[in-house]
Design a protein around this ligand. Structure first.
Ligand SMILES: [Fe+2]
Length: 161
């Protein structure tokens, strides 16, 4: 009988969280009118869903099944993304107008030295994609901020005429 790998609970948590995030980003993408933002949110939706499945698949390969614990790990994201705030206000509430935290939540994931190479490969790709997702959302936030600023300036110029 082999021992349970120490990182099974990490894989479980990632799979549950990513599946939940996939659903949130799908609903968010469905509701936006800005085409460029929709494309970004769609890519993120696909990444999150794929992460949810890839980690569940890896757990099965190791002989384990995903077990959701019944809590909503992304309650805050769900609340903000589905609110009727403007898209810019949502991105700001999610702190995408700020530089990323350093160290971030992913920095400690490789501290477990027993992670097998296949799981390590998957984890590495996941981390890189998550960080890239953050970069994409910060860039969308900046673009919408610039757009809003320009619109305000145009209004001001019009009023001054
Ligand atoms: Fe994610």
């Amino acid at each position: 009988m082999t021992n349970t790998p120490t990182y099974i609970s990490l894989l479980n948590a990632i799979s549950v969280t990513e599946t939940s995030a996939g659903e949130i980003f799908e609903n968010w993408a469905d509701s936006v009118t800005d085409k460029k933002l929709e494309k970004t949110l769609r890519l993120i939706e696909m990444r999150e869903k794929e992460h949810g499945i890839a980690f569940a698949k890896r757990m099965l390969e190791l002989g384990y099944e995903v077990r959701p614990d019944g809590s909503d790990p992304l309650e805050e994201l769900r609340k903000i993304a589905s609110s009727n705030r403007s898209e810019l206000s949502k991105l700001k509430a999610l702190k995408y107008n700020k530089a990323p935290a350093s160290p971030d939540i992913f920095d400690g994931m490789f501290s477990d030295k027993t992670i097998d190479p296949v799981t390590g490969g998957l984890l590495g790709r996941y981390i890189a994609e998550e960080r890239d997702t953050g970069k994409l959302l910060r860039s969308e936030c900046q673009r919408l901020q610039d757009k809003e600023k320009k619109a305000k300036e145009r209004l001001k110029a019009k009023a001054a005429k």
